[in-house]
Ligand binder design. Structure first.
Ligand SMILES: [Zn+2]
Length: 312
């Protein structure tokens, strides 16, 4: 079906890419805000897997990858996969995989992921998914920038995943055909919804089932610019409050890869057409991005500790 988006796509594309030019004096938080603003623009049509909006989002993320100076593994960044949706239609999703080489060479790899898809257009309304999960992709790109500025000790994979909203499909495709052997991944770090919480709280899940993460996260929490709370990783408050398998980290947890997940609790805009850039509290989001950058740096520095304690 021909949509207004299709007719306007060339213009929209040029406009969106023009937005890539970052102001000269922008700080990391400002770049992250730009990422969310652009990825959650109406032009992206809610970034549903297999849609033109998804293609546009991918083009933007790839431009950012190249701008940051990320390198692919092998030929290119794109890793397509096919799956059958619940309605029986087969669609193609595309994960984007980049690697930053560590200074120490060899050893374990740190995997960092965020999904860029959302739920598209329903009943004529665009679900822009600013928090879910343009915000996580912005966090992913901020981590990549930080590691390009000061290289990690271990190899770091920066992976923008597709089709999370279809049931962690991109993460499952990556875990089934990983770009590096799963056994070499020391920790899988996932970001999903980093930008909205009325109480200024960001959650990190994983330290209850993997207590070796707790001292690292306690250290991060002490100096983090937002309140970093640990939890949502057991059935103690009911199955729905256990987030272990509710975002992409689940695909790695399932395979026995140590994992950690950063995100906020549900809010009124969750999976609503009102999950827009305008409803993001900017100071909290910037603090949240700085927190995940700080935490991911700590995971790299202490990956040996994690690997030893997890028995990998
Ligand atoms: Zn999400």
């Amino acid at each position: 079906m021909r949509t207004p988006f299709a007719t306007a796509s060339a213009f929209v594309f040029a406009t969106v890419l023009a937005g890539l030019a970052a102001p000269a004096l922008a700080g990391p938080g400002d770049l992250a805000l730009d990422d969310v603003r652009i990825l959650s623009a109406d032009a992206m049509q809610g970034r549903a897997v297999g849609s033109p909006g998804s293609q546009l989002a991918r083009t933007y993320i790839l431009e950012r990858f190249k701008g940051i100076g990320l390198a692919p593994i092998g030929e290119g960044f794109e890793r397509p996969f096919r799956f059958k949706r619940k309605d029986g239609v087969t669609v193609t999703g595309v994960n984007l995989v980049a690697r930053i080489k560590g200074t120490e060479g060899g050893g374990k790899t740190l995997l960092v992921t965020a999904h860029y898809d959302h739920i598209g257009v329903r009943n004529g309304q665009i679900y822009n998914g600013a928090d879910d999960n343009a915000s996580g992709v912005a966090g992913l790109l901020a981590v990549a920038e930080a590691f390009k500025e000061k290289p990690p000790r271990h190899d770091v994979l920066i992976v923008a995943l597709d089709a999370e909203e279809s049931g962690l499909r991109g993460a499952k495709a990556f875990a089934a055909e990983p770009s590096v052997p799963l056994a070499s991944i020391g920790l899988a770090v996932n970001f999903d919804m980093l930008s909205k919480n009325a109480k200024g709280e960001l959650y990190v899940s994983g330290s209850s089932p993997q207590p070796f993460l707790k001292p690292i996260l306690d250290d991060v929490a002490r100096t983090a610019p937002v309140t970093l709370k640990q939890g949502h990783d057991t059935d103690a408050q009911g199955k729905d409050n256990n987030w272990t398998f509710q975002s992409d980290q689940g695909a790695f947890a399932e395979k026995g890869v140590p994992w950690v997940y950063f995100g906020v609790e549900d809010h009124p805009e969750y999976h609503q057409p009102t999950d827009d850039f305008e409803t993001i509290p900017q100071p909290f989001f910037k603090g949240s991005v700085a927190t995940v950058v700080q935490a991911t740096r700590a995971f790299d520095e202490r990956l040996g500790e994690i690997v030893k304690a997890s028995g990998r």
